[in-house]
Write a protein that binds this ligand. Structure first.
Ligand SMILES: [Zn+2]
Length: 303
């Protein structure tokens, strides 16, 4: 089952014709997750052919408007389109109150439950886990409390050699144990070895999301060796003073973190509206970390 990232918004604070504010749709082992929800995210879902009604989890990194102004609109549309299934929302302290006020004064009552979970923004921890995936959060360094996230697949099962099993008359109820790497006892008292009937499991993969933050080496242990890292690169070196004041990163910073963390590939985004394109970001990023790119709205990546 796939593990993919769709960029719904690749820009910073000011929306432009080509870049919406931050939002990413992640599909991981059948789980459907939205990270951040900038203004207009619901329109981006439609534009890029992703069904928002099937979302199960929404993670909000921090409460700057370009990361959550689209949330109440998205929830409202889910309601209008008949959603009944609850949704789990994870974000910093204050998110619940913001949603309450926005809904209360319009007399809006949604036909589904919104379960808001407050995330610690000072210490790392687990956002959510089930038998297939685990999502962790860790603090970034920005003007307001901000979390980064790592979404990881849990160990996968071994691949069953189904034809061989059938040929040798292995019972179906044994399959689950063989896939877990356990030997089982056959009816004749003979051991059925998992190595004879399965292939090794695929390697589990991980994706890290870091936006917004200044250059912050303390995050490296949390994102070390992930297959894919998204790191904000709001500015280029020309505006590195501006990056310092606003607690954002440059393309150099993002690439420096990617290199230190030995990640597989770096995606840079959250570009300031002052840039017409990401050419300079790419040039600067690639001098430090070769396997990088600047994302555009609508881009899709396999982890
Ligand atoms: Zn911010």
């Amino acid at each position: 089952m796939s593990f993919s990232i769709t960029i719904l918004g690749s820009g910073a604070a000011l929306p432009t014709n080509t870049r919406n504010p931050t939002a990413q749709f992640i599909e991981c082992r059948g789980r459907r997750i939205l990270i951040d929800c900038g203004e207009g995210t619901q329109v981006q879902f439609r534009k890029f052919g992703v069904k928002f009604q099937r979302l199960e989890y929404i993670l909000i990194s921090h409460l700057h408007g370009d990361h959550f102004f689209g949330l109440v609109g998205l929830l409202s549309s889910m309601h209008l389109l008949g959603r009944k299934k609850p949704i789990e929302i994870y974000g910093p302290e204050g998110l619940q109150q913001i949603l309450d006020v926005q809904l209360q004064y319009g007399g809006s009552r949604l036909a589904f439950d919104i379960n808001v979970h407050v995330l610690d923004t000072k210490n790392a921890g687990v956002v959510f886990e089930d038998e297939k995936i685990i999502i962790k959060h860790f603090p970034l360094s920005h003007k307001v409390p901000t979390n980064g996230f790592v979404i990881s697949e849990k160990s996968k099962e071994r691949t069953l050699l189904i034809e061989k099993c059938q040929r040798d008359g292995i019972k179906i109820e044994h399959y689950q144990y063989l896939k877990k790497g356990e030997n089982v006892l056959g009816e004749n008292g003979k051991e059925i070895r998992f190595k004879d009937y399965t292939l090794p499991a695929e390697k589990s993969k991980a994706y890290a999301f870091c936006s917004d933050t200044k250059y912050f080496e303390a995050i490296v242990p949390y994102i070390e060796k992930v297959n894919l890292l998204y790191h904000e690169a709001t500015f280029t070196e020309e505006f590195k003073d501006r990056a310092k004041i606003t607690l954002h990163s440059t393309a150099n910073d993002a690439a420096g973190i990617a290199k230190r963390a030995k990640v597989g590939k770096l995606l840079m985004g959250h570009l300031s509206a002052r840039y017409e394109n990401g050419k300079q970001h790419l040039l600067e990023g690639q001098t430090i970390f070769k396997n990088c790119c600047v994302v555009e709205d609508g881009d899709k990546f396999e982890v």
